[in-house]
Design a protein around this ligand. Structure first.
Ligand code: PBG
Length: 326
């Protein structure tokens, strides 16, 4: 018997492997998250996310230049306010931290796309992503505040607003308020399928946004569910989302694939803080090769169907892809 099918033929050397490669990472795939804080002269490394920093607005210049020179096209902004309160008033303040940062970034490089995370948890004293009444995060009032925050980001110059709160109806509320105020061209990237994940731990330490009581399970999705993700995405599209997101990414590649197969709309995946931190920690211990593991992880996320990857590895990945070693 002769062996006709020999898949190893197509793996014989580097040239043939590149010729038949299905998924290739590109700088245009990446969005880099940035954390801005009140104060001056601050560039402090985030201990739970090595290689990422808290920047005061006056320190953004060098970072934005670096991101731009690497060819990264978009950042995702998170703000840490000085004061928190019950209703997240600093989140929609004209002189709020994110609003100031958007203006500064646009001054430095108007071409860089500014995506803003729209949520309340960094801004509320209770740390929840909405308005709390009787120890419960109420939906409709929260969606109204979320819409107000999105509008204030649009006014400051954001290109894309990305609500991460998981309230029902917030996409409709945002589209409505944006359109009524003349911001028809501002896009919405919806954190549509956002799970109640333990992988957000390092981020919550970085953003000082852990809930002070209870958890986020009454609004973020149950990690055990998959059909529900499609339903969430479907609703967001009906309400006017321009782009959708699955979050986290690595433990949810099946959700990314299902979403990709079902919907014809740009799909983002958020390679979250815990996914980043576990590679960092393992690499530090010498258990894994960081560059190889990180690029494999990012390739897998793209192969699963994400065309946009939000990752703390964005800058490193671009350097690695360019063949530079750190
Ligand atoms: C805000 C928000 C969170 C993340 C992004 N936006 C935290 C949360 O929902 O608790 C997590 C990002 C990450 O872990 O990298 N709601």
């Amino acid at each position: 018997m002769t062996l006709v099918n020999r898949p190893r033929r197509l793996r014989a050397n580097g040239a043939i492997r590149s010729l038949v490669r299905e998924t290739v990472l590109h700088v245009d795939d990446f969005v880099y998250p940035l954390f801005v804080v009140e104060g001056e002269n601050l560039k402090n490394e985030i201990s739970s996310m090595p290689g990422n920093y808290h920047y005061s607005v006056d320190q953004l210049e060098q970072e934005i230049q670096e991101i731009s020179e690497l060819g990264i096209k978009a950042v995702l902004l998170f703000g840490l306010p000085e004061h928190k309160d019950h209703c997240a008033s600093q989140a929609y303040h004209e002189q709020g931290i994110v609003q100031k940062a958007i203006k500064k970034i646009k001054e430095i490089n108007p071409e860089l796309l500014v995506i803003t995370d729209v949520c309340m948890c960094q801004y509320t004293d209770h740390g929840h992503c909405g308005i709390v009444e009787n120890n419960y995060v109420v939906n409709d009032a929260s969606a109204q505040v979320i819409a107000k925050i999105a509008l204030s980001h649009a006014k400051a110059g954001a290109d894309i607003v990305a609500p991460s709160d998981m309230m029902d109806g917030r996409i409709a509320a945002i589209r409505d308020i944006l359109d009524n105020n003349g911001y028809t061209e501002v896009s919405i990237m919806s954190y549509s399928a956002k799970y109640a994940s333990a992988f957000y731990g390092p981020f919550r330490a970085a953003a000082n946004s852990a809930p002070q009581f209870g958890d986020r399970k009454t609004y973020q999705m149950d990690p055990a569910n998959s059909d529900e993700a499609l339903r969430e995405i479907d609703l967001d599209l009906q309400e006017g989302a321009d782009m959708i997101m699955v979050k986290p990414a690595l433990a949810y590649l099946d959700i990314i694939r299902r979403a990709k197969d079902r919907f014809n709309i740009p799909l983002a995946a958020y390679n979250v803080s815990g996914e980043y931190a576990m590679l960092k920690a393992a690499a530090e211990k010498g258990y894994i090769d960081e560059k190889a593991t990180a690029l494999e992880m990012l390739t897998a996320i793209k192969r699963a169907g994400a065309e946009i990857i939000i990752t703390y590895y964005a800058k490193d990945a671009v350097r690695w892809l360019r063949g530079e070693t750190k």
